[in-house]
Ligand binder design. Structure first.
Ligand code: TYD
Length: 213
C-alpha cells in the first residue's frame, strides 16, 4: 500500500516509560495546534486477537509459548492495520499508536530469532515517525509499582534491561536505514517529555510541509 495522506506516529518504550500519557498529550497538541484529525490507538489492540493477548500478559491464560505469543502479536497487528489504522490513514487522519512493531522486536526478540520476528511482521504498515521514550528500568519499575498493585509478565528489572537493549539495537539499525526514529529523554518530568515530543513531531511535520493553523 502506498503511504497515504494521513501519517502513522508510533510511541515506544519499556513498560512504565509513560507512553500512554504522552500519546494523549500528543493527540491534543496535534488537534489544537495543527487542526489535525487524530485517531489514538494501541497494541495489543482492542480487537479479538488483542483481547486474547491481554489475557496472556496478565497471566489469566497460561501455557502459551513465546513463539505463539509472537505470532499472536503479529496477527493482532495485521488485524489492527486492516480494521483501524489503514482506514483512518486513507481518510487523511493522523494515527498515534501506543506501541507497534518495535515492541515485538524488543520484547519477543528476547526469546525468538529476530529475523523471524521481522519476517512475521513484514506486511505491517510502516510507521512514518517513531518516538522512543527512553527510560531506565529502575525508573520505570518505580513508577509501575507506585501506581498499581498487579504487574504483568514483562515487568521485572532484568527483563526490562534486555528489552531496553533490544530497543536500542533495533533503533540504531533502523535509523541507519533512514527510518524516522526520535529518541526522547523519558527520565524528565512528564511536561518536559511532552515538550520534547511536540518539538520532534513539529520538526517532522515541517519536513513534511505541514503548516501550523
Ligand atoms: P502496555 O502497553 O503497558 O498496556 P497496558 O497499559 O494496557 O498494560 O502493555 C502491553 C505489554 O505488551 C507490554 O509489556 C509490552 C507488550 N508487547 C509485546 O511484548 N509485544 C508487542 O508487539 C506489543 C505491541 C506489546
Amino acid at each position: 500500500m502506498e503511504q497515504s495522506q494521513g501519517k502513522l506516529i508510533v510511541l515506544e518504550g519499556i513498560d512504565g516509560s509513560g507512553i500512554s500519557t504522552q500519546t494523549v498529550r500528543l493527540k491534543n497538541f496535534l488537534e489544537t495546534k495543527y487542526g489535525l484529525k487524530v485517531v489514538l490507538t494501541k497494541e495489543p489492540s482492542d480487537g479479538p486477537i488483542g483481547t486474547i493477548i491481554r489475557q496472556i500478559l496478565s497471566g489469566r491464560v497460561v501455557g502459551v509459548s513465546a513463539s505463539s505469543l509472537a505470532l499472536l502479536f503479529a496477527a493482532d497487528r495485521l488485524d489492527h492495520n486492516n480494521n483501524k489504522i489503514k482506514p483512518a490513514l486513507r481518510q487523511g487522519d493522523y494515527v498515534i499508536c501506543d506501541r507497534y512493531i518495535w515492541s515485538s522486536f524488543a520484547y519477543q526478540g528476547m526469546q525468538n530469532d529476530i529475523s523471524w520476528i521481522k519476517e512475521i511482521n513484514k506486511y505491517a504498515y510502516k510507521p512514518d515517525l517513531t518516538i522512543f521514550i527512553k527510560v531506565r528500568p529502575e525508573t520505570s519499575l518505580k513508577r509501575i509499582l507506585g501506581s498499581r498493585f498487579q504487574t504483568e509478565i514483562f515487568e521485572k528489572v532484568e527483563i526490562l534491561e534486555q528489552v531496553l537493549a533490544n530497543y536500542i539495537k533495533i533503533f540504531t539499525e533502523w535509523k541507519d536505514l533512514g527510518e524516522e526514529v526520535r529518541v526522547i529523554n523519558g527520565e524528565q518530568e512528564p511536561n518536559l517529555v511532552e515538550m520534547d515530543i511536540a518539538l520532534a513531531v513539529e520538526q517532522f511535520l515541517q519536513n513534511n510541509q505541514l503548516q501550523r493553523d
